[in-house]
Design a protein around this ligand. Structure first.
Ligand code: HEC
Length: 154
């Protein structure tokens, strides 16, 4: 006969084992880390001759999710965190892909430019979960203004 406490200890270790097994299994479903080609001739900043300071800010705060130059740190190899990040990259590129800027028509460019100004001015972007890990992407109000001032000239 097992005592109550022995029984619950056993239950706990089974639960732990089950979780460990699930964790191992999900590692067999990695995200796709192959960046599509990043052609300067199609790049938003390059074709619009953005000043170096603006280029740096976009690269630091936006391009990991909105371009084809994504850098994938070690934790993007660990499911389920990797799935969460992979979704943000896929969604970010879908909403506004600065690596494929020239492929948008005039109307799309106009709309995406307006949205870009808005999300920077309203501090909606970069996403909170991003800058919490990438402190360098926590851009200051002055840096936001540098970006929007230049965007307004387009
Ligand atoms: C961690 C990934 C990530 C980063 C970094 C990031 N974004 Fe986003 N962005 C997203 C996702 C996901 C969406 C779509 C869902 C949403 O709107 O929250 C989005 C949406 C957008 C949209 C569309 C908004 C709309 O109204 O539909 C724009 C424009 C945008 N981002 C610009 C930027 C700019 C500019 C930066 C840098 C200052 C940036 N993003 C940084 C992931 C990111």
């Amino acid at each position: 006969m097992l005592h109550g406490t022995q029984y619950s200890t056993m239950k706990k270790s089974y639960l732990f084992l089950a979780l460990a097994v699930v964790f191992v299994i999900i590692q067999f479903f990695p995200i796709d880390k192959n960046n599509p080609p990043a052609d300067a001739a199609k790049d938003f900043l390059a074709v619009n001759n953005a000043p170096a300071e603006v280029v740096k800010l976009f690269h630091t705060a936006c391009y990991d999710c909105h371009a084809h130059t994504t850098v994938y740190p070690w934790y993007t190899s660990v499911a389920p965190v990797s799935w969460f990040i992979g979704n943000h990259i896929a969604e970010g590129r879908q909403h506004s892909n600065y690596s494929l800027w020239t492929e948008y028509n005039a109307e799309q460019k106009e709309r995406k430019l307006e949205e870009t100004i808005k999300v920077i001015a309203d501090k909606e972007m970069p996403m909170l979960t991003y800058w919490m890990i990438h402190w360098e992407a926590k851009i200051s109000p002055e840096e936001r203004k540098t970006m929007t001032d230049w965007l307004e000239t387009l």
